[in-house]
Design a binder for this molecule. Sequence first.
Ligand code: NI
Length: 180
Amino acid sequence: MTLRQIVNLPEPILRRKAKPVTKFDKDLQTLIDDMIETMRDAPGVGLAAPQINIPEQLAVIEYSEEDEEEEFESEEAEDRPLKPKKLYVLINPEIIKVSEEKVLGVEGCLSMPGLQGEVERHEAIQVKALNRYGKPQKLKVDGWMARIFQHEIDHLNGVLFTDRATSVWRLPDPEAPEEM
Ligand code: NI
């Protein structure tokens, strides 16, 4: 596997709508594995293909709800078994249903290091997508996972979190905890 270079704004590819994936060949499998490795190395909780200069509708997401709870937990967190991280590969994803409820949360993006913003997202969504072998899948996600899904699907449409943010600020330390 190879680490791919993550591109930053103002790279124009980040503003273009990505093309649907049509070939589920060996090259695609290599690309997906490279994206997973690149996301983990960054580290980030999600990565969309345009972020590595590939104009295709493909995103990888890896996140554990545990990560979200960490900062609110005390010592007892250590006694509980670690929840495994969930890994998703989304190809040609389409949001087919959204919750009426929206929630505010703070986001960052691997393509805009050091920037954070508060973004309103649907609390829960349903997504139709293909898996890495081209098999259709329907996914229901909520909470932080739903937020990451919406952030990554936005990337495939050339939309960045700063377009939706109610406020954006720059961190003194460019190491943001959770970038997508
Ligand atoms: Ni992002």
